[in-house]
Every structure is written in C-alpha cells, then in structure tokens.
Ligand binder design. Structure first.
Ligand code: ADP
Length: 292
C-alpha cells in the first residue's frame, strides 16, 4: 500500500516521493491517520476501508472549496485513491502548535471571511458525510426547505430505521411542520460552511495562523457553523466576540441555534446510540415551545 501511495504522491506533485518512515497520528474519529516522510518532505495520510473512497474524495473537494476562498487556511489536498484494498487521502502536513499560541480573534475573523463567500443555492455539487453518516447536499433555493428535507428530516428518518420511534418521531414531525416559523423575516444567503466545526476540527499552525480541517462543506446559513462551535465547546470567548463584531448575528440565532444543533445531536444518536435520545427529545420540546 505505501509503495502505491508514494507513487500517487509523486504523480500528483510532479516530484518523486517514496514513503521512508511513517508514524500514527491520533485524535481522529473515523479514520486511521499517519504522518509519512521521505527525503525532506512529509504528508498527512488518512486511510479507511476501500468503500470510503467517495468520502475522501468529498473531503478533498471540500478542502479545495475552502482553500479557493483564501479566507482561512486548510491543509491542501494532494491525492486520493485506493491502494491494496484501502482508501487513502493524502493532505499537506501541517505542524500544529499548542492552542495557546493561536489567536481566537483571528479564527473568528477568518471564519467570518469564509462565510462571506456565498452561492446562489443551498447545498453543494456533491454529497459528503457528517461523521460516517451520508450528508445529502442536493441544492434547493429555499433554506428552510433544505433544513427540513436534507438535514433534520433525513436524520429523523435514519433514526426511525434504527428503531427510534415514538416521542422522538412525533415531536420531530410537529417540528418539521412548523419549521417556517423559525425563519420569519430571516432569509440567510447561502454561505460557504465548514459543516462540522466542533473543537477538534480547528488548530493553529506554528505561525499562529488558524487552520480548519475535516470539513463537511456545503452552502447554507452561517448560523449552523456558529451553533456547532457552541454545541461541544472548545472555542475561546475571543473567537465568539471577534466573529460577532466582524459579522453580527441576527437576534433569532438564539432560538435557531437549537434547531441547527439538533441536526448534530440526531447524527450522534444515529452514530453512537441511545445516549443522545433524551437530549434530542428535550431539544425538540424546547423548540416546539418556542415555536408557539
Ligand atoms: P478523522 O477524519 O479521522 O476525524 P481528522 O481529520 O480529524 O481525522 O485528523 C485527525 C487528527 O490529525 C487531528 O485531530 C489533527 O490533530 C491531525 N491532523 C489533521 N489534519 C492534519 C494535517 N493536514 N497535518 C497534520 N496533522 C493533521
């Protein structure tokens, strides 16, 4: 496998490369990751079973999409493929510094700059994954419809298939029927989104420049990225303040935040099981009471 990956890297970069040493990199959720070195060059390589190739291709496409904005640093994708029955994704290796070396303000401003990049429609040119779950990005003009059909509705249907019926589905159905009510007077332009912006998916390089990685890119309401930064924490207060100063949020974010994070909590229910059921039901109940 490593011989083949070396050849693919050589072809993609136009300079002969062979993997001389490799070491495991921890911290990921889904894939096995390595730092590989040869000569004076090094790369970051993720591997998974062969059927994961479309997931890696979508990740590379998402990194390209963000890189093209020049708004925020991402690892540049090098190549992806299958070698010896393993799918692989090769990225530029970035030396990460400890978090205290980085500036939360800068991260906030760069994310705001990325969110200023907008498309005509919500969605993206291809589907990708959120964790290991498919994420459907078929474009629509209408954001509430996108959130209902491609995000909450999709995860609720997956949950029903896994046997989570009853209160979750009844509440979910009522919520979807009332969704438009959360968007009165609010029509967000489709911003370029990271899509999976939890605290494990940002870092700072040795110069203190913020880096985001492992995205689940699509175009939609920028509030969804902000909501996720608040779901599991890990983002400094300076990040939140700088983002809001640069690109103020609509007051309705306070309520929609829960609507947006419900997607990730449902995804966690579908990926990791019943521990998230109570949290999802509680969020739905709160949203229904806010919807009136
Ligand atoms: P997974 O897809 O399995 O969740 P990640 O993309 O989150 O994997 O990467 C796992 C870990 O590897 C990250 O937490 C980060 O510390 C490190 N990492 C990610 N991308 C790079 C990179 N381009 N260069 C160096 N280290 C990286």
């Amino acid at each position: 496998m490593w011989n083949l990956i070396g050849k693919e890297i050589s072809a993609a970069t136009g300079a002969a490369f062979s993997v001389e040493t490799r070491s495991s990199v921890g911290g990921g959720c889904i894939n096995t990751a390595y730092r590989v070195e040869g000569g004076a060059r090094r790369f970051f390589v993720k591997t998974n079973r062969a059927s994961a190739l479309p997931m890696f291709e979508a990740e590379a496409g998402g990194l390209h999409e963000i890189a093209a904005t020049c708004a925020i640093r991402v690892p540049n994708p090098v190549c992806a493929g299958v070698a010896a029955d393993r799918a692989f994704l090769v990225l530029e290796f970035i030396d990460f510094a400890t978090r205290s070396n980085g500036s939360g303000e800068e991260l906030g401003r760069r994310l705001a700059a990325m969110h200023r990049v907008v498309a005509q429609r919500c969605g993206w040119r291809r589907d990708n994954t959120i964790g290991a779950t498919p994420q459907i990005n078929t474009p629509t003009e209408n954001w509430p419809e996108f959130w209902r059909e491609r995000r909450l509705g999709y995860q609720l249907a997956l949950a029903a298939r896994s046997g989570y019926r009853g209160a979750l589905q009844r509440g979910g159905e009522r919520l979807l029927a009332k969704l438009e009510g959360f968007f009165a007077g609010y029509a967000p332009p489709p911003s370029l989104l990271h899509g999976d912006l939890w605290g494990g998916n940002f870092a700072f390089d040795r110069d203190g420049t913020p880096v985001v990685f492992d995205p689940a890119v699509y175009y939609g309401d920028r509030e969804t990225d902000l909501a996720m930064t608040e779901l599991f924490g890990g983002f400094p207060a300076s990040f939140h303040a700088a983002y809001r100063e640069d690109f103020p949020l609509d007051p309705g974010y306070r309520v929609r935040k829960t609507l947006y994070n419900l997607y990730h909590v449902l995804n966690h229910l579908n990926l990791f099981g019943g521990g998230y059921l109570g949290q999802a039901e509680e969020m739905i109940a709160r949203l229904l009471s806010e919807a009136g």
